[in-house]
Design a protein around this ligand. Structure first.
Ligand code: PLP
Length: 448
């Protein structure tokens, strides 16, 4: 007879005594200002996370969308161990090894769109964006960029110049890289133009051509437009289906490259391998990171092969294509195929959508539920008319859930994102949604 452990299973109120010591030391020495909850992890498997005090948590945050195939998937652990015992690092930018060649071939083949591709490997989402900025300037000879308000593309100086999600991320860092024009993203819940879809006639896309490229920035000076198919940090905002095709059409008209940032939404998270596939657009450049290595740092910038740098040394790095990271990435892609992870995400994502709609029906203070696949969020508001963000309520729900063993993460102004591993057991997905609902009920005081 097997003993089934309840998930989550809290035995000491977190943070327990051992976790508190780690938190204290961390606060003393680690330079960070983005911690979410005082969770000190001991080990993790699939969607289960054990803290140092023996509590068992259920993970609805996936290390910020990194563990799409779950923590420590045995196939990834094996590939990492085997590769580490052979060769860990050999500067893939200067020498050759099979695991890197195999990986770039595979990424070139699975990246969105049928055109032939080349791949540049790096270590983080921001670096994949930096490479995209450089390949765009290098290949077009143009110097300007367009990005969206609400976008998050990373925090290195180039990527930060495109990022426009929260004021605090940019404050005190000006001047950023010059030449970036930000335009509003399509957000039908809080339309920046105070219009209604579809009677708006898609003004949020057309304004790019009719106003920005007409009066503000000459189109023949714009190298690339950067887009998240679903805005991540900005609040899990899904644009109407015609928005990105219209934006891509305008870019094509002027020879502006489209860069698809799949760092958060990619690798099956949206219920398709790449979120852009929901919109039928082939980007010129695709940026991938996070779940690409299942926890090993690896990122890729995949682009139409004609854009490739023509001068040796025009761009490079030391760790891009690290042997162990490449092995983790190959194993991750194997698991996605073998376990039909993308299909799992589509199916379970639909379960999440239905459940979130019910939650919205029950609570007036849940103003919106949104997302694609298993990239879902709910948005707390003071009331549905004013749509004033209810920050305190959001934070309270997050804290209550943590105490009950459910790991959540915020997004946007007053949203909570729900991004469990795509491989989560259905009973744990349901169980997590039950806890979420209980916590909302408690936080709103049982009121509707
Ligand atoms: C859409 C998107 N792009 C880029 C990044 C930056 O990735 P990294 O933190 O690995 O630099 C992130 C990180 O959250 C992201 O969500």
């Amino acid at each position: 007879m097997s003993i089934v452990t309840k998930v989550p299973n809290i035995i000491v109120e977190p943070p327990g005594p051992i976790a508190r010591k780690i938190v204290e030391m961390d606060k003393h020495y680690l330079a960070t200002v983005t911690k979410s909850e005082p969770l000190a992890v001991e080990r993790a498997q699939g969607e289960k996370v054990w803290d140092v005090d023996g509590n068992l948590f259920l993970d609805f945050a996936s290390g910020v969308s990194v563990m799409n195939i779950g923590h420590c998937h045995p196939a990834v652990v094996k590939a990492v161990q085997e590769q580490a015992a052979k060769v860990m690092h050999f500067a893939g930018t200067d020498y050759y090894y099979d695991v890197q060649s195999q990986l770039v071939k595979r990424l070139a083949q699975i990246a969105p769109g049928p055109s032939e591709k080349k791949v540049f490997l790096s270590n983080s989402g921001a670096e994949s964006i930096e490479a995209a900025m450089k390949i765009a300037r290098w290949s077009t000879g143009r110097k300007q960029y367009i990005a969206f308000i609400g976008a998050f593309h990373g925090r290195t100086m180039g990527a930060l110049s495109l990022t426009c999600s929260k004021r605090v991320q940019r404050a005190r860092y000006f001047p950023t890289v010059p030449g970036v024009t930000h335009i509003p993203y399509a957000n039908c819940y809080r339309c920046p133009y105070h219009q209604e879809y579809p009677s708006c006639g898609l003004w949020c896309a057309k304004i790019l051509d009719e106003v920005y490229l007409d009066a503000l920035v000459p189109p023949d000076e714009v190298a690339a437009l950067f887009m998240e198919p679903v805005q991540g940090e900005g609040g899990y905002i899904v644009p109407p289906k015609e928005f990105l095709p219209e934006i891509a059409k305008i870019c094509r008209k002027y020879g502006i490259l489209t860069v698809d940032d799949e760092v958060q939404a990619g690798m099956g998270r949206s219920g398709k391998m790449w979120a852009i596939e929901h919109f039928g657009v082939e980007p010129d450049v695709t940026c991938m990171a996070k779940s690409l290595g299942s926890g090993m740092p690896i990122a890729a910038t995949v682009f139409n092969k004609d854009l490739d740098w023509k001068s040796p040394g025009a761009h490079s790095n030391t760790y891009g294509g690290n042997c162990v990271a490449c092995a983790a990435s190959m194993a991750t892609l194997d698991v996605i195929e073998k376990e039909k992870v993308v299909q799992q995400a589509a199916r379970k994502g639909e379960m999440m959508r239905k459940r979130l709609e019910e939650i919205k029906q029950r609570f007036e203070k849940v103003g919106d539920v949104r997302g694609l696949g298993m990239m879902r969020a709910l948005v707390f508001v003071e009331d549905r008319n004013s749509k004033t963000p209810a920050f305190k309520l959001r934070n309270e729900v997050g804290e209550l859930a943590f105490k009950k063993g459910l790991i959540l993460l915020g997004c946007g102004k007053s949203g909570i994102r729900l991004i469990p591993p795509l491989t989560i057991a259905e009973e744990n997905l349901d169980g997590g949604m039950d806890i979420l609902e209980e916590c909302i009920a408690k936080a709103v005081g049982g009121k509707k």
